[in-house]
Design a protein around this ligand. Structure first.
Ligand SMILES: C[C@](O)(C(=O)O)[C@H](CC(=O)O)C(=O)O
Length: 311
């Protein structure tokens, strides 16, 4: 049903619904959804929580993932995904868009926009995809201050601290940072760009009792593991951050090439979501039925009728 009907809206905040998912047994599977449409499609496939990737969001805007977009631009994406799906969403908060006060502002804006969780990372700007080389790391205590600021600003939002330290400081450095960030108030840890099963296992073993997130991004440093394999290695959440956008982008690229080549879309039609499928996905008829029911029922009697042309 449309998000417009109050009684259809979730009563609990997105943060507490995200926590509830996290408390359940089994790994929490969070596919990346780069807009409202993909969020609906992921929900239809059975997912109960979603991920909003900085890489996918910026790429969909035709921009690189260097931390150059703004909090309000991200809020626009959060709102459409939360609204269209009604599901709790983990949002990529990059480096928090600045220092402590900026992080607090980000947390408030994201939470008000409908996010259930956020992750912030210990890179310096311009930040990079965690699977690239030569990342510049923030001082661990400066990052801990950001985590503390985030924890102070949130109501229910789940705070994940991401550490990009494994590449430059090794597993010991990543573990030491993760422990510091937990002491500063993080709820969970995202160890970025681990590259072997041994590394994933060793990290989890050294962080007992701490919810951990695994990033199954393609074309990066992490070899392919399934959700069950990550669970077995000690992880409580897994994201496939950019996959939906990668697939959509490839399909679009082929479409434009087909129009340029064939002078029309006629050869691409069998690869399109049909009009009927599109309307069914967004629930057009539910919105129309809602409008019809309101127009039918809400006609106050005894109200003076406006005569056409009168003011
Ligand atoms: C998780 C990530 O931060 C993202 O923006 O989704 C990226 C994903 C990617 O670039 O593949 C990352 O730094 O891993």
């Amino acid at each position: 049903m449309p998000y417009l009907v109050a009684e259809e809206l979730p009563r609990e905040t997105a943060g507490s619904r995200f926590r509830a998912l996290l408390r359940r047994p089994g790994i929490l599977r969070l596919p990346g959804t780069h807009n409202g449409m993909s969020a609906i499609q992921a929900k239809t496939a059975g997912f109960e929580g979603l991920y909003l990737s900085g890489a996918a969001m910026t790429a969909s805007m035709g921009l690189p993932d260097l931390g150059i977009i703004t909090v309000d631009e991200v809020a626009f994406f959060i709102r459409q995904i939360a609204r269209a799906s009604g599901l709790p969403l983990l949002v990529d908060g990059d480096t928090g868009y600045g220092e402590a006060l900026n992080v607090m502002h980000m947390v408030r804006v994201f939470e008000e926009a409908g996010a259930g969780a956020v992750h912030i990372e210990d890179q310096l700007l311009p930040k990079k995809c965690g699977h690239l080389n030569d990342k510049k790391l923030a001082d661990a205590h400066d990052m801990a201050a950001k985590v503390a600021a985030a924890a102070k600003a949130r109501r229910d939002l789940v705070i994940l601290a991401r550490t990009d330290a494994a590449a430059s400081e090794g597993l010991d450095g990543a573990v030491a940072r993760a422990k510091l960030y937990m002491e500063a108030g993080a709820d969970a840890i995202f160890p970025e760009a681990l590259n072997t099963a041994e590394m994933f296992r060793a990290f989890a073993k050294r962080m007992p009792g701490v919810p951990l997130l695994a990033n199954m991004t393609e074309f990066g440093k992490t070899p392919f593991f399934t959700a069950s394999e990550f669970e077995e290695m000690g992880y409580s959440m897994v994201i496939w951050p950019v996959s939906s956008l990668r697939v959509a982008n490839k399909a679009q690229e082929q479409l434009y090439a087909a129009i340029a080549r064939d002078g029309g879309t006629h050869k691409a039609v069998d690869r399109m979501q049909t009009r009927a499928e599109l309307y069914a996905t967004i629930g057009l008829h539910d919105y129309e039925a809602l409008d019809a029911s309101i127009v039918q029922t809400i006609i106050p009697e005894g109200m003076p009728q406006r005569v056409a042309g009168s003011r």
